[in-house]
Ligand binder design. Sequence first.
Ligand SMILES: [Mg+2]
Length: 390
Amino acid sequence: MNRDIIHLDMDAFYASVEVLDNPELKGLPVIVGGNSDRGVVCAASYEARAYGVHSALAIVVARRRCPQGIFRPVRMSRYHEVSEQVMAIFRHYTPRVEQISVDEAFLDVSGCQGLFGSAVEIAEMIRRRVREEIGLTISAGVAGCKLVAKIASDLNKPDGLTIVPHGREAEFLAPLPIKRLWGVGKKTLPTLNLLGVQTIGDLTRFSLDFLEKKFGKYGRHMYFCARGIDEREVECSHCTKSIGNEETFDRDVTDLQQIRKELLRLATRVGERLRRHHFSGRAVTLKIKYHDFISISRSLTLNQPTNDSRELYQAVLRLLPKTLAGNKPVRLVGIAVDKLQEDSLPRQLDLFGSKKTDRKELNKALDRINTRFGSHTIKPAALTDESSES
Ligand SMILES: [Mg+2]
């Protein structure tokens, strides 16, 4: 299934906000960065970039390269204010917004056509609104995956819109210099150049096997990136990312039995919440905070996503020895489950499928009873001697 992803990136954001708030700076080389000469450049207007000034450059060097530059201090709270207005425009078109930084986000607009038009039309509307309502320019890349959309948005900056049609990803990437690929940096670049790789297209001459032998896991990553294959989802902050519960003890606890009991209670509760929201999760995290407020967290990933409290509890018990710090009194314990997926989605068949179905039916029945007669009417036997429930 084709996805429609837009990467949006404000142009020279901090510097542009400075010009927005001080129109007399328009057309001048504006450099935003550290208040002293020891700082680095955080942003440079395109006029300043013409002098070779770019972000992360030492301020002293920037002054040398561009003596007539207008140097402004960073006003982070103001940039956040503008950022919120920009993100609000994005969210008008889809809840699936993954904000990468103060001025950059991915939008997944797959299936939004009926409401707002094609991905390209949505990108154009957003660009127009940012210009008209906020007074700033933003560049956009439209493609079928995050990697290509991000490279595309950068290609025609400032105020650019770059569209990569489905199926044309590899063709689009081929002529671009290899350093545009994510993660190709100082370490990998010389080796790639030695292999005669200058463009992303050059990389497609090598087999997966070869690249894996040469670069390990990263070679595999490059193999797929060079072909414009990137399955990563747009991870929206508005969508549920993790479900968890934590509990602070009334008094700090050292008794392992009591800690286990609390974990069983939490696992039961987290399982219920997952099922109520029709989620299953693969990653389980155990967090323990000690009396001195130092906390230790450990996670594991299950082979199959689950929303079964017993499975969660077993996972947590496996994590417990790694999370315990000697006999230090425990103040709080918490369980979180992430890598969530919606239960309606088809799932890989479990080898012990029948067993799991039984637990599923049991859980359903338990949840029905607890919903009807109040939470924790039915609970694990180990918790039944508790006199109070929180
Ligand atoms: Mg930017």
